[in-house]
Design a protein around this ligand. Sequence first.
Ligand code: HEC
Ligand code: HEC
Length: 375
Amino acid sequence: MKSLLIWDLPTRLFHWLFAASFTGAWLTAESDAWLGVHIGLGYLMLGLISFRLVWGFAGGHYARFTNFLFSPMQGWRYLRQTLKRQAARHLGHNPAGSQAVYLLLALGLVVGLSGLFAQGGEEQQGVAASLLGYDLGHALKQVHEVLATLMLLLVFGHIAGVVLESRAHRENLARGMVTGYKQGPDDAPVSRRHGLIGGLVLLGAAGFSAWWFQYAAEATLDRLAGRGNATAVAFVGKPLAGNATWREECGSCHLDFHPGLLPARSWQKLFAGQSRHFGDDLGLDAATGKTLLAFALENAADHQRSEAAWKIDRSIKPDEAPLRITETPYWLNKHREIEAAVWRSSKVLAKANCAACHLDAQAGTFEDAAMRLPK
Ligand code: HEC
Ligand code: HEC
């Protein structure tokens, strides 16, 4: 028996970075403030998995898939033998451990991709923005959450397996994954260090993380400190269409509410009654009225060009055409927990004063990250 290099440097780096990115993404999953970090870790995880898939063909002896190709049946049998302390020792991945490797890689890939497409669909942001609609994005987010939970359970299973196996063969498997070395027979195959490729993996991951975290940290600090502007906020989506006449005609008495905040039928009703607009006569001439209505219809909530538009549209019954955004079920639901004192504060005064709390109110996007309650 002698000390043999089993896990080459790139495999070990992959293993611990993969574990760290999953743990970090899990811990930041529930909070809007940390969404930037969560997504960054997701991208990192996808990058790492892509590398591992290549390394499974091009890597050292024990990293290659062909050297731990076991069927689930073999894995199951091995597990039972381990419990009876009759399992043979493997220098590389054993038949049970290899199942965990394949499942974690596959789940990591699907979890990462579903997150990417959920963000693209539900928020219309990120690399998959505008590739799919809100409904599909929303469905993918559910898939993302269920599979991530499954992945967490699998991670626990993997750790339990490592502990069991370490005890059965009186060796520390986790330490082996740190140092790369294990005790083995003289004639067993060994891995090469692959220091150069390991360095490149580390450099790639570190470079990506540094760039990403600086970006996410800036946005998060801005948010926690209550400063910053909408354009500096992480993941503000594509700008929505604007219109100069609209800004001028509808922005003189209040915020020029974006057309995406009400469905087409509401805008039709509002323009039909423009001479009795909440007690005011808008006095629009026919040509201006036509231009404004056309812009409103083209960008109304029915077109679902933003997350807010999508959710407002879905909340209104088909036979209803509210004239107030602040009376739509979605709006009421989202704002029901805000205390009366906040509404009365001199910085707010009216419910329709959206810009008092939403930095991107004029753009019409109403991103979570651009929301700040006035102090
Ligand atoms: C002469 C002033 C004036 C102009 C110009 C004006 N509005 Fe209004 N608008 C009002 C008033 C007053 C209210 C009621 C505000 C309140 O009750 O808080 C209102 C309310 C609204 C609301 C409902 C807000 C809510 O509570 O959800 C919408 C939507 C709206 N206006 C759209 C428009 C559009 C579109 C235009 C441009 C075509 C426009 N307004 C131009 C005075 C105006
Ligand atoms: C007094 C501050 C305040 C005002 C004024 C206000 N909002 Fe909000 N809004 C909030 C808060 C706080 C939330 C977050 C609620 C939550 O996440 O549960 C929110 C959430 C939203 C959301 C959901 C965003 C998301 O993705 O979760 C939309 C859309 C929205 N507001 C639109 C509006 C519009 C349109 C107006 C004006 C007609 C408006 N808000 C006025 C405080 C305000």
